[in-house]
Design a protein around this ligand. Sequence first.
Ligand code: MN
Length: 229
Amino acid sequence: MKLNEYRKKRKLGMTPEPWGADNAQKGDGSLSFIYAIQKHMASHLHYDLRLEWRGVLLSWAIPKGPSLDPAVKRLAMRTEDHPVEYSDFEGVIPAGQYGAGTVMLWDRGTWHPENANVDTSLQSGEIKFTLHGKKLQGSWVLVRTPGFGKNPSRSTWLLIKHRDQYASTKDVTGEEPRSAASGRLLAEIARDEGGDIDRASQGDPAGQERDAASMKSISGHIERTRWPY
Ligand code: MN
């Protein structure tokens, strides 16, 4: 997949997301690549897993996010490849644009495929890899499930933690809800970037809702104060 599908869904100049370079080609030299997970409060909350390969970010949308518990399999729907620059994106996608909502850089770092031939792993439907992120580490596997196989950009996979010293029953998405890049919650990103604070706060842990509400009243106060001007 190239970036055609990614670009078809977006309007250049209408969204702050990167467009991507056309000449990007990488993926056979070093075995350390960009890894990122973006927590995305769009029409539904999900976590977008991005793994750099051959100049793009292979992407999966994970509705419940990753689990550190090897007994838990998390649904991961393959989505269109994204430009490598997307791994730095945190902010607000404007209303009316594709993926409209608030995006948080929930985790980032590097990944290493356990089998150097990632193209073969993608084809066979089993990618074993190691993550070196701020929140996720150790060995993982993505396994494609049978069926829905016709469109490779919409196949259904499972993300599973392998048993190693990083496996645990800790609720990593619940206990570590803040951005790995800025330390912000979704509501704080929405507040700073002009997004929908109420909507974004629905993706933050319930205990943080009061903060979001107080931020809203503060920004509402500022709006009212500015109104005559
Ligand atoms: Mn998304």
